[in-house]
Design a protein around this ligand. Structure first.
Ligand code: MRU
Length: 356
C-alpha cells in the first residue's frame, strides 16, 4: 500500500523483479512476495497469492517477460519456441479468467511482431508488461466513473452489495466493481458497502472488507446466505460485481454465488450490474455454456483453518465460478461505457474505432 494515498497495487515491477501482495495472508498480514522467475509466477497465480481476473492478467504478462529473460537462445526461432513453452506453463494455472489468456496472447503477439535481436524482443516484452499494468489501472478508473451514470438515483445515499473481491487487489489498482464503489463514495453518493463473505475462499470478508476499511468506506460483511434477507428489508439499492469471463451475449462467469445473487436481485427488483474491462469479454464464445469453470480442491469446503467440519463419508463439489445469464444483468460497465448485455458488440466496435 502506498502510505501517502492508501492506494493498493497488488502487482509492482520493482528492482528487476515483481512484488506481489500476498493475498493469502490478508487481512492479518500485509506482506509482499518477490517473484524472480516465471515458474514462481505460475505458482503464485495457481495458489492465489495473486488473484482476480485483471490482476492475474497483469501478473501473467510480467511472468511472460520473466520467462523470456530466462531463455538463453540467441536465435529468434529458438527463442520464440521457448517462449511458447513459458506461455503454456502460465496458461495452465487457472482456466476461467480470460484476462490470463488475453495478456499471454498479447505478449506472444508482441514477441512475434518485434523485429530485431532476442535482447531487443526481451526489452520490448518488459515494456509491454508495464503498459498492460498501466492500462489496467486507467481502465478501472474509467469503469468506476462510467458506473456513476447507471447507478440508481435515490433520495437517500446508496448502499451497494458486492460479491467476492473485484477491488484494487483483483486488478492493477482501483478495482472494477469496487472501482464503481470508490467513485460513488468520492462523489458523495454512497453511504455503505455490503460485502458477501464469499465462501469458500472468503475474498469478500478478507479482501473487500480490508480494502474498504483502508479507504474509510463503511462496510458491512454478511454471509452469502443473508443477501436475500437484506434485500427484503430494503437495505440494498444495487448490486455490482466483477467478472472473470463474459461471453458475446453477456452471460457472465464470476465467483461462485454470483448467479444466486443475480436471481435474488431480480426477485427484489434490485438492479444487478457487472463491472469489467473489455479484456474480460470473450467474443469467441457466443454464450456462457462453454466457459470453462475451475473446480478446486475439496479441502476448501470441508476444512476451516486446521479444523475439519464435515463427517467422514461425505462427498464434495467445489466449482469456483458460476455463470449468470445475461437476462439477469442490467448493464455491463466497461471502460468504454455501460452497455446492456444485448448491446455488448457495440463496446467492441467502439474499441475498434478507438484503435483505428
Ligand atoms: O478466485 P478469484 O479470487 O480469482 O476470483 C475472483 C473473482 O471472481 C472476481 O470477482 C473477478 O475476477 C473479477 S476481479 C476484478
Amino acid at each position: 500500500m502506498n502510505s501517502l494515498t492508501n492506494q493498493v497495487y497488488p502487482v509492482i515491477w520493482h528492482n528487476d523483479s515483481v512484488s506481489l501482495i500476498d493475498q493469502n495472508r490478508l487481512p492479518n498480514e500485509y506482506a509482499f512476495v518477490e517473484i524472480h522467475r516465471s515458474e514462481d509466477m505460475a505458482r503464485a497465480i495457481k495458489t492465489m497469492i495473486v488473484r482476480g481476473a485483471p490482476a492475474i492478467g497483469v501478473a501473467a504478462a510480467y511472468g511472460m517477460y520473466l520467462g523470456a529473460r530466462e531463455i538463453e537462445a540467441h536465435n529468434r526461432n529458438e527463442f520464440l519456441n521457448s517462449l511458447e513453452k513459458v506461455a503454456q506453463m502460465l496458461r495452465s494455472t487457472r482456466p476461467t479468467a480470460v484476462n490470463l489468456f488475453w495478456a499471454i496472447s498479447r505478449m506472444l503477439k508482441t514477441a512475434y511482431e518485434t523485429l530485431g535481436t532476442v535482447e531487443e524482443i526481451k526489452e520490448i516484452l518488459l515494456q509491454t508488461a508495464k503498459i498492460i499494468n498501466a492500462e489496467d489501472l486507467q481502465t478501472c478508473e474509467a469503469i468506476g466513473d462510467h458506473g456513476l451514470a447507471v447507478l440508481p438515483n435515490t433520495p437517500e445515499k446508496l448502499t451497494i452489495l458486492t460479491h467476492c473481491n473485484a477491488g484494487a487487489l483483483a486488478t492493477a489498482g482501483y478495482g472494477t466493481a469496487l472501482g464503481v464503489v470508490r467513485s460513488a463514495f468520492r462523489e458523495g453518493r454512497l453511504v455503505r458497502v455490503f460485502a458477501d463473505e464469499t465462501r469458500p475462499r472468503l475474498q469478500g470478508a478478507k479482501l473487500t472488507a480490508w480494502e474498504c476499511v483502508q479507504e474509510g468506506i463503511p462496510v458491512t460483511v454478511i454471509t452469502d446466505s443473508m443477501a436475500a434477507h437484506c434485500m427484503k428489508q430494503g437495505l440494498i439499492h444495487a448490486v455490482v460485481v466483477g467478472a472473470d469471463r463474459i461471453a458475446a451475449n453477456g452471460d457472465t462467469a464470476n465467483k461462485i454465488g454470483t448467479y444466486s445473487l443475480a436471481l435474488v436481485s431480480q426477485a427484489h427488483n434490485i438492479p444487478f450490474f457487472v463491472a469489467a474491462p473489455l479484456s474480460t469479454i470473450d467474443f469467441s464464445l457466443p454464450d456462457g455454456s462453454q466457459i470453462p469453470i475451475e473446480e478446486r480442491q475439496p479441502e476448501e469446503i470441508y476444512q476451516i483453518g486446521d479444523t475439519i467440519i464435515t463427517p467422514k463419508g461425505a462427498e464434495f463439489y467445489n466449482p469456483a465460478f458460476d455463470v449468470t445469464p445475461a437476462h439477469l444483468i442490467k448493464a455491463i460497465i466497461t471502460e468504454n461505457g455501460a452497455f446492456a448485455p444485448s448491446e455488448l458488440a457495440k463496446s467492441q466496435k467502439k474499441q475498434a474505432a478507438k484503435i483505428a
